[in-house]
Write a protein that binds this ligand. Sequence first.
Ligand code: FES
Length: 159
Amino acid sequence: MGVKDEVFDEIERIEAEIRRREKEYYTKKALEEAYNPKNVGRIEDADCFGRVTGPCGDTMEIYMRVIDGKIEDCKFLTDGCGATIACGSVLTEMLKGKTLEDAAKIKPEDILSVLGGLPPENLHCPVLAVRTLNAALENFRRRRSRRQVAGSERDLRNE
Ligand code: FES
């Protein structure tokens, strides 16, 4: 066996060990969402956007398209861990079709319950996801009030 084969064997052994350990710590659902996340990316011309960096230094971004007070589309990006990717995937799936009022009621525990829990060292990951959602909702409110002010200034000028 050449050196190259030995290196490949070692890589395979390490990967198998990582997969075995992951299964000990993470639920099947969390691993599924981390390896095949939904709604990853940006929305061009999104109606609102949030970006938050958590205490661990990882950042999440959420983009939303809102029509008549309902979230029609939602995407996320993160440079965070697999658990954060899983949280972003679950959260964006939850958000689609929700009103902004209902979106504001989502808590980190709701994400955890879909994932079937996370290890203690990852409990801040759903918190980061919900903080990013709240930043996006706040961004939507600010943009809307700016539009309203601009609209009423226009109306005043036209009177
Ligand atoms: Fe930083 Fe998951 S958000 S470890």
